[in-house]
Design a protein around this ligand. Structure first.
Ligand code: UDX
Ligand code: UDX
Length: 463
């Protein structure tokens, strides 16, 4: 049934990484059949939904690609075993959350999904299969995967078929950022492929060469590739913690963080990217990957290295506590009987992802002080917001417009930099708020002067 395809690819995990990555590969490689499989039935149904606005992941450009490829060379299903059996290449894109118990709890990645995926591949693969680590993993995870796969190489687990299975492993980490995933996948700075044999490295390189300049494809050994992914995220997060630490100093000295950020970012050795101050980094990767690096460093006896990187996470949490305290302090030291509107719940603009969003911790701090919170986010729905709070539902309201959320509020806390917040009619909003009406701009992106001219009291981070 697949004769018209040159290669069969299976991707385990139809999440934020697996879904968009495979869609872009399918779009650029019509000769490859891609089956994206997931144990989650609801998620697969959503990927197969006729109404493309219901796809489980919101990414600019994704709908068009899914529309073009789905049913042609891109398929979403729960048929994990069948898809593995016919695949030449299996990408593993399952989630690797931080362990919550046992050895390394709070730091190390929980590899139970990786292990179960490896066991499924070991059981159902046929002939030679190249297994690609797409999920971000601790260094040396390939060793674990290899051990599981090798133990099945000689066995015949698929019911009397006398094929001889063999495996090779490649690390091909993703560097896509949510909100720009399609653009990042279509025009990446580089593609990293780490492996142990030329055949497998070339096989994966050839896929990317369909649309990416070969000069941008970097090949390394397995361990360099695994480590580079963790280190790339650690360096990016470190820049954010660095600028956020300076934002506090600016507030105390009269310097302006936007001016400082520009002044240092124009030094080409420093560069201007990732120097935006804010309520701290969120998202599924940065914290998890740094904690992983910390765990690894300590595991190898490098306590100072671990301590150094842990500070990046500490500063991030401190920034969120600091912003919460400033809100409370400016609202006369108490939030009892006050209504605060939270604008933005996703961890950054242009995504509906709320994992590790700074809005979660800051909102929890404000709730603890007795505030009632009304939320508005252009892409995050009520159900998603409620799941982040356990018993506080009486104090939480979610609205479908900014205006409704602001009605009767004492303050608006802007926590995600949605462009739409710059286009709101702030005059109308001011009229319906309780006075004095405060705006806390934790993303430093609203026009402070014009808001002050309307009558708002404005606090802007780092100014
Ligand atoms: C995940 C990790 O968080 C990240 O570190 C890594 O780089 C890539 O994989 P993401 O795609 O954002 O990122 O995760 P998520 O959206 O949770 O998707 C993972 C999917 O894997 C889920 O849909 C889950 O149902 C599926 N899964 C998990 C399987 O299909 N099989 C399993 O055994 C486990
Ligand atoms: C990140 C990496 O960028 C990507 O390469 C990796 O594969 C996955 O993790 P992502 O988490 O999607 O991607 O988003 P990113 O754009 O990196 O932003 C992460 C967090 O940092 C967001 O909360 C964002 O608001 C914050 N951020 C980013 C800042 O506060 N300031 C900045 O200058 C940049």
């Amino acid at each position: 049934m697949n004769n018209k395809f040159e290669k069969n690819v299976c991707c385990i995990g139809a999440g934020y990484v697996g879904g968009p990555t495979m869609s872009v590969i399918a779009s650029n490689c019509p000769a490859i059949r891609i089956d994206v499989v997931d144990i989650n039935k609801e998620r697969i149904e959503a990927w197969n939904c006729n109404d493309l606005s219901q796809l489980p992941v919101f990414e600019p450009g994704l709908e068009e690609i899914v529309k073009k490829c789905r049913g042609k060379n891109l398929f979403f299903s729960n048929k994990v075993e069948e898809s593995i059996a016919k695949a030449d290449i299996v990408f593993i894109s399952v989630n690797t959350p931080t362990k919550t118990r046992g050895i390394g709890a709070g730091y190390a990645s929980d590899l139970k999904w990786i292990e179960s995926s490896a066991r499924q591949i070991a059981q159902f693969a046929r002939n030679h299969t190249v297994v690609v680590e797409k999920s971000t993993l601790p260094v040396k995870t390939a060793e674990t995967i290899k051990t599981i796969l090798n133990s099945s190489e000689q066995s015949d687990d698929i019911g009397g078929d006398d094929n001889k299975k063999t495996f090779s492993i490649v690390s091909n980490p993703e560097f896509l950022a949510e909100g720009t995933a399609i653009e990042d996948l279509q025009n990446p700075d580089r593609v990293l492929i780490g492996g142990e044999d030329d055949f497998s490295i070339n096989l994966i390189s050839d896929i990317y060469k369909n649309w990416i300049d070969p000069d941008k494809i970097i090949t390394t050994n397995l361990w360099s590739s695994e480590l580079s992914k963790l280190v790339a995220n650690a360096f990016l997060a470190q820049r954010i913690s660095s600028i956020n630490s300076i934002s506090a100093l600016c507030e105390n000295t009269g310097a302006d963080i936007i001016e400082v950020s520009k002044a240092i970012g124009t030094d080409s050795r420093i560069g201007s990217k990732f120097l935006k101050p804010g309520p701290g980094f969120g998202g599924s990767c940065f914290k998890k990957d740094i904690l992983n690096l910390v765990y690894l460093s300590r595991y190898y006896g490098l306590r100072e290295v671990g301590d150094y990187w842990e500070q990046v996470v500490d500063i991030n949490q401190w920034q969120q506590r600091r912003i919460s305290s400033l809100v409370i302090k400016n609202l006369f030291g108490t939030l009892s009987n006050k209504k605060l509107a939270v604008f933005g719940f996703s961890f950054k603009a242009n995504t509906n992802d709320t994992r590790e969003s700074p809005s979660i911790n800051i909102s929890k701090n404000l709730l603890q002080e007795g505030a009632k919170l009304s939320f508005y986010d252009p892409k995050v729905n009520e159900k998603q917001i409620f799941t982040e709070f356990d018993n506080s539902q009486e104090e939480i309201f979610v609205y479908d417009t900014a205006l409704k959320a602001a009605e009767g509020a004492d303050a608006i806390i802007v926590l995600t930099e949605w462009e739409e917040f710059n286009c709101l009619d702030w005059n109308d909003i001011f009229k319906i708020m309780r006075k004095p009406a405060w705006i806390f701009d934790a993303r430093v992106f609203l026009d402070k002067t014009s808001l002050e001219n309307i009558g708002f009291k404005v606090w802007s981070l780092g100014t």
